[in-house]
Design a binder for this molecule. Structure first.
Ligand code: HEC
Ligand code: HEC
Length: 229
C-alpha cells in the first residue's frame, strides 16, 4: 500500500515540477502534428497529379493493345510521343531548336561525323563493344557523313565498304553487329529507349523502358517513321 501512495505522490510531484516542459511538449507536438497533416495533404495533391499522367499512359497502353494496323499505331505513337518525347524533341519532332535530335531525319550529319571520329558505345544492351573510332581518314569521314545523313541516297562513297562490313551494304544494320543507320527500325527505337543516348546533340535519359509497353514502342517507331522528310 505504502508503495502505491509513494508512487502516486511521485507522479503528482513530477507533473508539478515538469508542467512547463509538458506544456511545451504539447505545443511543439501539436504544431508538429499540424505540419505533418499539411505536408501529407501536399503529398496527396502531388500524387493525384502523378496519377493523372499515369492514367493517361494507362489509357495509351490499353489503346496500344488494339493497334492492329499501321494507321492505328501511328495515332497511338503520336499521342505517346506528345506525352513522353515532345518536351525535348518538340511537338513536331523537329528537335526543339537543336535541344534534341530532329526526328524528321534518321541521323544528323554532325552526329555521323562525331561517331566516325570518336566511336560510340551507347547501346550496350545489344552492342556491348560499341563502334571503334577512326576507321577512315577525315576526308572519307566527311564524305560518309553527308551520305549517311542523306539516308544513303546519292553517290555511294568508296569508303562505305568499311562501314558495310558491320552496318550491311544497305545500311539497315546486322542483328547484334550494328544498328540500322538508314531508317528508324522498331529495334533501333527500342534500343535507344532502353539505353538512352549521349552524343554531340545532348543526352537522352534511359528511363522510358519501365513506362512504355512493347506495343507503345512499336507505335512510337511507326510514328517517327511517318514524319520522315
Ligand atoms: C566493327 C563494326 C562497325 C563498323 C566497321 C562501323 N560501325 Fe558504325 N556502329 C557499330 C556499332 C556496334 C554501333 C552502335 C554504337 C553504340 O552502341 O553506340 C554503331 C553506330 C553507328 C552510328 C550511330 C547510330 C545511332 O543511332 O546513333 C553511326 C552513324 C555509324 N555507326 C556509322 C558508321 C559509319 C559511317 C561507318 C564506316 C566508317 C561505321 N559506322 C562502321 C559498328 C560498326
Ligand atoms: C530529356 C530530353 C529527351 C526526352 C524526354 C526524349 N529524348 Fe530522345 N533524344 C534526346 C537527345 C538530346 C537526343 C540526341 C542525342 C545525341 O545524339 O546527341 C535524342 C535522340 C533520340 C533518338 C535518336 C537516336 C539515334 O540513333 O541517334 C531517338 C530515336 C529518340 N531520341 C527517341 C525518343 C523517344 C521515342 C522519346 C520519347 C519516348 C524521347 N526520345 C524522349 C533527348 C530526349
Amino acid at each position: 500500500m505504502g508503495v502505491t501512495y509513494k508512487n502516486n505522490r511521485c507522479s503528482y510531484i513530477f507533473i508539478i515540477k515538469y508542467r512547463r516542459k509538458i506544456m511545451k511538449y504539447f505545443f511543439v507536438g501539436g504544431f508538429g502534428l499540424l505540419v505533418i497533416i499539411l505536408f501529407s495533404k501536399v503529398i496527396v495533391a502531388l500524387e493525384l497529379v502523378n496519377l493523372d499522367t499515369f492514367s493517361t499512359n494507362a489509357e495509351l497502353k490499353l489503346s496500344a493493345v488494339n493497334a492492329t494496323n499501321e494507321k492505328k499505331l501511328k495515332i497511338i505513337g503520336k499521342q505517346t510521343y506528345e506525352v513522353f518525347c515532345s518536351s525535348c524533341h518538340g511537338m513536331n519532332g523537329e528537335g526543339n531548336n537543336g535541344k534534341a535530335h530532329n526526328h524528321t531525319k534518321r541521323i544528323a550529319e554532325k552526329t555521323v561525323l562525331d561517331i566516325i571520329q570518336n566511336g560510340s558505345n551507347n547501346f550496350k544492351s545489344i552492342y556491348p563493344s560499341g563502334m571503334p573510332a577512326g576507321l577512315v581518314n577525315d576526308t572519307d569521314a566527311k564524305e560518309l557523313a553527308k551520305y549517311v545523313a542523306n539516308s544513303l541516297k546519292g553517290k555511294k562513297p568508296k569508303s562505305w565498304m568499311v562501314c558495310a562490313t558491320c552496318h550491311d551494304e544497305s545500311g539497315e544494320g546486322i542483328s547484334y553487329v550494328a544498328p540500322n543507320i538508314k531508317e528508324y527500325s522498331d529495334e533501333l527505337v527500342a534500343t535507344v529507349l532502353k539505353n538512352g543516348k549521349k552524343g554531340v546533340i545532348g543526352t537522352m535519359p534511359d528511363f522510358f523502358w519501365e513506362k512504355l509497353s512493347e506495343m507503345q514502342i512499336k507505335a512510337l517507331a511507326t510514328y517517327i517513321r511517318s514524319i520522315q522528310k
